[in-house]
Design a protein around this ligand. Structure first.
Ligand SMILES: Nc1ncnc2c1ncn2[C@@H]1O[C@H](COP(=O)(O)OP(=O)(O)O)[C@@H](O)[C@H]1O
Ligand SMILES: [Mg+2]
Length: 251
């Protein structure tokens, strides 16, 4: 039952889209918990959920994780939702050992119930992201197919190395995921070639294409498999789930 963090300090690279659709794809065969750790609560609203309590209550000790977990419409998919209050946690918590381990501690009780736990991290490098990194066993780094992609990854890898030695020695990068690829442009192909040349097998084989369907689905509160089954985005995230299961089993 690995905890998989979906991490990138940059916003708008496809973290939430990946967290939602990977969780939904995994939930077809596995019992899955999606944790929304972003105060913007996009993963929560993207699944059409209106939570009464949130991961904020869990981090602040007001609620046990199992009480804050909600069921999504999809079978086998549960969500530990976010709320705007979570922005408070980002300020109240600091980088102390105790504060950054709050999520990991809160999860010990519920971990055995799920085969996969996916954490959608916020686009910043603060206490919430540190909580995700302390709780995770595996990381997926979405990388948007754009010109400065490589520089961004180098910075992320340095950060992960530091977290590994200071906080979580078992933290492993499961893979880099190329997102929002526009297969009609040379730029996307060049970025893909570059990232693969540098990171080799660490890069997932599947590339998530830029797709209007993927962007529309959250406004309907649906994963891509419900909103546009069979679309290119749905096919890509199904393939990602297969690769994730394979890589986790080999890890
Ligand atoms: N493959 C894609 N094709 C088209 N739009 C996408 C794709 N992935 C994400 N988006 C859109 O891009 C924006 C940022 O994606 P999001 O997953 O929220 O990124 P992050 O969580 O990293 O900030 C959102 O509006 C989302 O709907
Ligand atoms: Mg997000």
């Amino acid at each position: 039952m690995p905890v998989i963090g979906v991490i990138n300090q940059k916003g708008g690279v496809g973290k939430t889209t990946t967290a939602i659709n990977l969780s939904a794809a995994l939930a077809c065969r596995h019992n899955v918990l999606l944790i929304d750790l972003d105060p913007q609560a996009n993963a929560t609203s993207g699944l059409g959920l209106l939570p009464s309590s949130s991961v904020y209550d869990v981090l602040s000790g007001r609620s046990a994780a199992r009480h804050a977990v909600m069921r999504a419409r999809q079978q086998n998919l549960s969500v530990l939702p976010a709320s705007a209050e979570l922005a408070g946690a980002a300020i109240e918590l600091d980088a102390s050992e105790e504060d950054v381990r709050l999520l990991a501690k809160a999860l010990t009780g519920v971990r055995p119930r799920y085969e996969f736990i996916v954490v959608d991290a916020p686009p910043s490098f603060g206490a919430l992201t540190l909580n995700a990194l302390a709780a995770a066993d595996q990381l997926i780094l979405p990388v948007q197919c754009e010109y400065y992609a490589l520089e961004g990854i180098a910075g992320m890898m340095d950060t992960i190395d530091r977290v590994r030695s200071a906080l979580n020695p078992s933290l492993n990068v499961l893979g880099l995921l190329l997102t929002m690829a526009d297969q009609r442009t040379n730029l996307s192909r060049q970025v893909e070639d570059n990232v693969r040349a540098h990171f080799g097998e660490l890069v997932f084989e599947v590339v998530v294409p830029r797709s209007v369907r993927l962007a529309e689905a959250p406004s309907h509160g649906m994963p891509i498999f419900e909103y546009a089954p069979g679309s290119a985005g749905a096919v890509a995230y199904e393939a990602l789930a297969r690769e994730v299961v394979q890589r986790v089993s080999e890890a």
